[in-house]
Design a binder for this molecule. Structure first.
Ligand code: BDR
Ligand code: CA
Length: 314
């Protein structure tokens, strides 16, 4: 099993990534850590517990609350994209208490408990991870790997022309994390997600037809973003976060990678959060493996099996 933590700004595809971590028999999900990002922080907490509940794992995996704003900048949300992030679902929150340990301390503790074994799936802004490196100088060496969703390797953004949301919201944290010396696998927004992790109308209809509690959850959660996606020319739902969790657990999904030096723009008037990915530039050595292509059909099949409840026994 793969020991992991998912660091998340829980809304829409973050919920699906959590399902992957909670239900895949290969995953040993030790904690969910929360970071400011997509929607209001308290809503993100509710969304995480809703996901634990539908996965049947409430009370089994702790939810730890982390940084409530980026390192330097005011928090900016993506509520125009995600709404509340779960299509208006609610539940009784009795017995849904977050763990009192701060997420940054959780990340540091879990990494130190088994040095070189823990992987962190980072699917929100990188504020918690950057803060952990500041608080504990041994954190970088104790972590086996980061699987980071963020950036683009063709400068196509989704919150500005140049920037992807996670890196845009906390560019200082993203820059610090790529400079820190982690073993990083990067799952970018474009072109990877747009070309290999969009589920079109036929696929969404297939998932809906599964008619399991998990598939109904998926359909409800993803419906919130469909209208937005269509308004920006994407004919389907986008799954960068669940892809990130999936490629960690199933590396055979990955069909092409490249080693790049990744840095993040923090200053630009039009380019804040832009991920500069260099290859063959003198003096810039690789600090990340960037996933460039995946087997899109295999990823869709994998998620379909998960939502059908056919992932085997944990
Ligand atoms: C990222 O931002 C959120 O909308 C998604 O969850 C993903 O982590 C994509 O830019
Ligand atoms: Ca996210």
């Amino acid at each position: 099993k793969v020991p992991l933590v998912i660091d998340t700004d829980t809304a829409q595809d973050d919920c699906i990534a959590l399902l992957v971590g909670l239900l895949d028999p290969r995953a040993d999900l030790r904690a969910i850590t929360m970071v400011a990002g997509n929607v209001g922080f308290d809503q993100q907490i509710r969304n995480a517990f809703l996901t634990l509940n539908v996965a049947g794992r409430l009370g089994e995996v702790p939810v730890h609350l982390g940084c409530r704003r980026p390192l330097v900048r005011p928090w900016e949300s993506a509520e125009n994209v995600h709404g509340d992030g779960v299509g208006g679902m609610t539940m009784d929150m009795t017995n849904c208490e977050p763990d009192p340990e701060h997420a940054v301390d959780t990340l540091i503790r879990l990494a130190a408990e088994s040095p070189g074994e823990l992987t962190i799936v980072c699917i929100g802004p990188l504020t918690n991870i950057a803060t952990a490196t500041i608080k504990d100088p041994t954190f970088v060496d104790n972590v086996k790997a980061l699987y980071v969703m963020g950036g683009s390797n063709n400068a196509r953004g989704n919150i500005t022309a140049a920037a992807e949301f996670n890196f845009y919201v906390d560019p200082e944290a993203a820059k610090a994390v790529f400079a820190a010396g982690f073993n990083i696998t990067l799952i970018p927004w474009a072109p990877l997600t747009l070309e290999h992790a969009v589920f079109g109308p036929d696929q969404l209809a297939e998932i809906e037809a599964l008619n399991t509690p998990l598939s109904r959850f998926f359909t409800r959660v993803c419906a919130a973003t469909l209208d937005f996606d269509r308004s920006v020319g994407i004919n389907g739902t986008t799954h960068p976060d669940s892809l990130t969790a999936a490629v960690l657990l199933h590396p055979e999904l990955v069909t092409c990678t490249g080693d790049y030096h990744v840095d993040v723009e923090t200053q630009g008037e039009l380019t804040r959060g832009y991920s500069a990915m260099s290859w063959g530039v003198h003096g810039l050595v690789s600090n990340a493996t960037v996933v460039e292509e995946v087997d899109a059909n295999a990823f869709y099949d994998y998620l379909g099996r998960t939502l059908a409840g056919r992932q085997g026994q944990r």
